[in-house]
Design a protein around this ligand. Structure first.
Ligand SMILES: C[S@@+](CC[C@H](N)C(=O)[O-])C[C@H]1O[C@@H](n2cnc3c(N)ncnc32)[C@H](O)[C@@H]1O
Length: 254
């Protein structure tokens, strides 16, 4: 009787890659940037957006991000003016309210005005200001912030570079960015289906951040378990280099 050979690590990797490709949301590819952006706005304005805060609690994302601030894996007490991009229901902003110097200025921005209304109600704090904006066209002057946080948002871009360049523009030289993104794992692909977005390959995202002048300083993990099982997604602290040649203003294609 033929015995079945155990799967080699490279076979396992191939099988997982194939499964991930099968599962991952592909709907954004057939759409123009504007059409896709409208879809994203509708998604978050609607009932799914209303469930976002609850989903972040159930998936433990929100408390785990809180742990990162509490344990100072990302020390937010250093900053004076922080922009939270794609603030959603205020999952990161809420931690910033608690873990920053009370005089630090906090701004939450999001494509969805409705999400920002939810964030304002949920946080019930007079500290953050809220601005409705697309992250590829931020209504802020160059070098405005010493910190940017952006959690699970750049997944909504076909190509993250126009967004990352805009982050570089509004960030002061030497300023920090906390970036969290869905990774190209099977779990990430399932998430991409729920939220109609893409996933990122860690190496590719690293090199795109380098390319725009936001080199990674440190890769972070919620817990040792997350690191071991490659769960939780890509979490990094990046810093804007002192001398970055700004790209010409980005013109969005429709
Ligand atoms: C998954 S939620 C993340 C919420 C929160 N940052 C967190 O850490 O859980 C993604 C948010 O990004 C916003 N978003 C998506 N595309 C955007 C864009 N191009 N510009 C600004 N915000 C965007 C959505 O409206 C939504 O509120």
């Amino acid at each position: 009787m033929a015995t079945q050979q155990p799967e080699s690590p490279s076979q396992r990797r191939k099988r997982k890659r194939a499964l991930r490709k099968l599962v991952e949301f592909k709907g954004m590819h057939g759409l123009s940037l504007n059409q896709y952006r409208q879809d994203v706005k509708q998604l978050y304005d609607g009932p799914k957006g209303a469930m976002l805060a609850m989903a972040s609690l159930v998936s433990l994302h929100e408390p785990l991000v809180g742990l990162m601030f509490r344990e100072r894996k990302f020390d937010a007490t250093r900053f004076h003016k922080i922009l939270d991009i794609g603030a959603g229901a205020g999952q990161i902003l809420g931690h910033l309210v608690k873990r920053t110097n009370p005089t630090a200025e906090l701004i939450g921005c999001d494509l969805s005005h409705q999400m920002l209304r939810r964030a304002r109600t949920r946080l019930d704090s007079d500290r953050p200001n809220y601005v409705t904006a697309d992250l590829t066209q931020l209504p802020f002057a160059d070098d405005s912030f010493d910190c940017i946080t952006c959690g699970w948002v750049i997944e909504h871009l076909h190509d993250p570079r126009p967004g990352l360049r805009e982050f570089v523009r509004v960030l002061q030289p030497g300023g920090s960015m906390l970036l969290l993104a869905t990774e190209d794992t099977v779990a990430g692909a399932l998430t991409s289906r729920t939220w109609k977005c893409r996933t990122y390959n860690r190496r590719e995202l690293n090199s795109m951040c380098e390319e725009v002048g936001l080199p990674w300083q440190e890769q972070l993990y919620f817990t040792k378990l997350h690191r071991f099982f490659k769960l939780g997604g890509i979490l990094v602290e990046a810093t804007k280099q002192a001398h970055v040649e700004l790209a010409p203003p980005h013109v969005c294609q429709s």
